[in-house]
Design a protein around this ligand. Structure first.
Ligand SMILES: [Ca+2]
Ligand SMILES: [Ca+2]
Ligand SMILES: [Ca+2]
Ligand SMILES: [Ca+2]
Length: 215
């Protein structure tokens, strides 16, 4: 009499099949997770870039009417330093052949009130020591008024570490997430915005543009 055909699986086969299935499912899950994470980061980057662009357009528009001779700080025209704050006089018009300057305007990156400059993420939004870009008309004067240009402005520019050196290779050591550099009468503005997602992903975007000021 022939033995009946083998039915069922041996324990070893079941174990091997389980291991294989776990490995396949694990790999599939990893691909999905990575894909989701990359998508989230791409989305955050796009958001950061859009906000940085809007802020840059606003800053350049304000600087377009600034006079080069009344900048505070004056900024070294050799392009080797930068500032994260600048006060300037805006051109209001021409009277009797002379330029007429308006009340000063200040554009500055300042620490976000909810996340002081202490190396920690105090407000738990995923970004450490973020700042805000503020525009102040007539600072210290009777008609002083401040407006928010952009939030989530990074403490340091993209690629910079706080080490006194120029890590991102743009010639400026430790420049802030908002920086103004002067070469002759041309100002170059750089803004780095960082967006953080709920899953711990972050999206970073840096934009830059230049404007030549009048004497
Ligand atoms: Ca924060
Ligand atoms: Ca902080
Ligand atoms: Ca640099
Ligand atoms: Ca550095």
């Amino acid at each position: 009499m022939k033995r009946s055909a083998r039915r069922g699986f041996t324990l070893l086969e079941v174990v091997l099949a389980s291991v294989l299935l776990t490995a396949v499912l694990g790999a599939a899950l990893m691909v999905v997770t990575r894909g989701k994470s990359a998508m989230a980061e791409g989305h955050l980057h796009a958001r950061a870039e859009a906000r940085a662009h809007r802020a840059l357009q606003r800053v350049i528009a304000e600087l377009r009417g600034a006079g080069i001779d009344a900048l505070v700080p004056a900024l070294n025209p050799n392009g080797l330093t930068s500032s994260s704050t600048l006060t300037f006089d805006p051109l209001q018009g021409v009277s009797g052949g002379a330029l007429v300057w308006g009340s000063p305007v200040r554009i500055a990156r300042v620490s976000a009130p909810e996340d002081g400059d202490d190396g920690r993420d105090n407000d738990g939004d995923g970004v450490v020591d973020e700042g805000v870009l503020m525009l102040t008309r007539d600072p210290g004067g009777a008609s002083e008024a401040s407006f928010l240009i952009c939030s989530q402005v990074r403490e340091l520019a993209e690629g910079e570490l706080p080490n006194g050196g120029d890590d991102n290779g743009n010639g400026l050591p430790d420049e802030a997430g908002f920086s103004i550099q002067r070469i002759g009468s041309m100002l170059t503005v750089r803004i780095t915005v960082e967006e953080a997602g709920e899953g711990g992903e972050t999206g970073l975007a840096t934009v830059t543009s230049s404007v030549t000021l009048r004497n």
